[in-house]
Design a protein around this ligand. Structure first.
Ligand SMILES: [Zn+2]
Length: 99
């Protein structure tokens, strides 16, 4: 894809191979559909979105047709231990639901 300027001012590029910017993100459904009968990861179809992660601020950009369509910014206090007494659920706790 080339280069992209993050909102934090960092110039991102995927010209290096491998690089720390480009993520390969599939939903489980998408991965199952694309991997069927494929013998090599090089033969797997590209995911729906190109996903880049800024190496400075960790923002995540989703691109479609070379245009950014979604951006996610890391919440600075997401790992706070601050207890909210009125909240029954523990923040940051991963809940695995059996299927
Ligand atoms: Zn950034």
């Amino acid at each position: 894809m080339g280069k992209f300027m993050c909102r934090c001012g960092k110039l991102l590029s995927n010209s290096l191979d491998p690089n720390e910017v480009e993520l390969w993100v599939y939903t489980d459904k998408e991965f199952s559909e694309k991997v069927t009968d494929k013998e090599s990861t090089w033969l797997i179809d590209l995911p729906e979105y190109a996903v880049w992660r800024c190496t400075r601020c960790e923002r995540i950009y989703f691109f479609k047709d070379l245009q950014p369509v979604k951006v996610y910014k890391l919440e600075e206090d997401w790992q706070d231990d601050g207890e909210d007494e009125d909240d029954d659920e523990e923040e940051g706790e991963v809940v695995i639901i059996e299927t």
